[in-house]
Design a protein around this ligand. Structure first.
Ligand SMILES: *Cc1c(COP(=O)(O)O)cnc(C)c1O
Length: 398
């Protein structure tokens, strides 16, 4: 499986998603210095296309680093084997929903049990190169564990700010990897504020999602894998549980890059479906109102930690993806998510995170409303394992 050729990156510069200003990859980067917009990594795609061919990819290692040309720091990544997760045909669930072509991309098989590993592998690689010795971030759960694991591997000190209500397994995991765990009264936004405040005294690098450009790059590989696993033809509908939105924005970026790399068999792109919790649905509200930005959700409440994100600096980009992909956004209740978790577990043998369970409920509603056709190819992203959530809210379901 190992390639004899050295894996290399064609990363060239960073572009602000808002003002289109340019930033240098040679220095540690956060958001755009001029306007505060999210920075996007840009590559020499013509050069990448010469070596990243369909044939060449077949021989590459079974991790996200198989896409080395379009990732940062590919000549020596901090890697635990993240990515290249299975794409399962969900026959039983498909049958019960009346779909012939339903698939689950199971991100729970990543190191640390969630797709957060993808982003952290790329971000920690680049933080280390930029000279960081210490990294810090707010986390609703999985990001903290992933940062702690990759930080440990890289020999970096890690500080994680969790909401005080974060379930024990997430905190235990981060502590086991040697991270300093700070518990904050409040939600993830309060954690972000604390992390920034303390960061002004400490010389640490802030790894908050979308506040540095490389977590997005790791997460975009979910889009590359979808394409490759479907033999370079993208599916019709992708449902994604959306918190900060990095995964969704990343996949959309990947689809554009894939087009420029001439790897796709057609220009067909999926409708992207944002799924949020009824108790924290800022993107659903903004989408329904036709807004260009989202307002912070006042009192976020859900047991799906990854969806307990009241505001994100990716809001404009998420809404743009919904528009460009002809997608939509739906909110589902906690009991609906729990029922979805059990359907995935009992039907497909996948103990999904509540975030993954939410997609089943959302898909059922879309089918009832005639928004998904019976023969369309539909993909659910199970973003993490159910094992870190000690409770399922509606115990009558068990
Ligand atoms: C972080 C997280 C999400 C949300 O991901 P974003 O890409 O930030 O929107 C969804 N599910 C799980 C399990 C997560 O850990």
């Amino acid at each position: 499986m190992t390639s004899t050729k050295r894996l290399r990156s064609t990363l060239e510069w960073l572009e602000c998603s808002r003002c289109h200003g340019v930033a240098n990859i040679g220095e540690p980067q956060t958001v755009c210095a001029d306007c505060g917009g999210v920075l996007l990594a840009r590559y020499r795609l013509d050069e990448a296309a010469r070596t990243m061919t369909r044939d060449a990819l077949r021989e590459r290692p079974p991790s996200q680093w198989r896409y080395s040309e379009v990732l940062p720091g590919s000549d020596g990544p901090i890697s635990l084997g993240e990515g290249w997760t299975p794409l399962h045909r969900a026959r039983f669930l498909g049958q019960s929903l009346g779909l012939q072509n339903l698939w689950v991309k199971d991100e729970s098989l990543n190191p640390t049990g969630s797709f957060k590993a993808r982003g952290m592998s790329a971000a920690v690689t680049m933080a280390l190169r930029s000279g960081a010795r210490r990294i810090a971030l707010p986390s609703a759960g999985n990001a903290g564990g992933a940062a702690a694991a990759y930080g440990a591997l890289a020999g970096l000190a890690v500080d994680v700010f969790f909401p005080v209500e974060t379930p024990e397994p997430f905190r235990l995991e981060a502590t086991a990897y040697g991270a300093e765990v700070h518990l904050v009264n409040g939600d993830i936004s309060a954690c972000g504020a604390r992390c920034r405040e303390q960061g002004q005294q400490e010389s640490w690098f802030d790894l908050s999602t979308l506040k540095e450009p490389y977590r997005l790059e790791g997460k975009k590989t979910m889009g590359y894998e979808l394409a490759e696993q479907f033999d370079w033809e993208l599916p019709d509908v992708v449902l994604y549980p959306t918190g900060g939105g990095t995964g969704l924005i990343g996949m959309w970026k990947a689809f554009e890059e894939l087009k420029q790399l001439r790897l796709l068999r057609s220009d067909h792109r999926p409708r992207m479906i944002v799924v949020q919790a009824a108790g924290c649905a800022p993107m659903v509200k903004a989408h329904e109102e036709g807004a260009e930005e989202a307002e912070p959700w006042p009192e976020p409440r859900t047991y799906a930690n990854g969806l307990c994100v009241p505001s994100t600096i990716g809001d404009r980009l998420i809404l743009q993806v919904l528009k460009e992909s002809n997608g939509t956004a739906l909110a589902v209740s906690d009991p609906e998510m729990a029922a979805g978790q059990l359907e995935l577990a009992r039907g497909e043998g996948i103990f999904a995170a509540p975030e993954g369970g939410a997609l089943v409920a959302a898909l059922r509603r879309m089918i009832e409303q005639g928004q998904v056709g019976a023969d369309e190819r539909v993909v659910l992203f199970n973003t993490g394992t159910g094992l870190k959530y000690p409770k399922i809210p509606d115990l009558r379901l068990l």
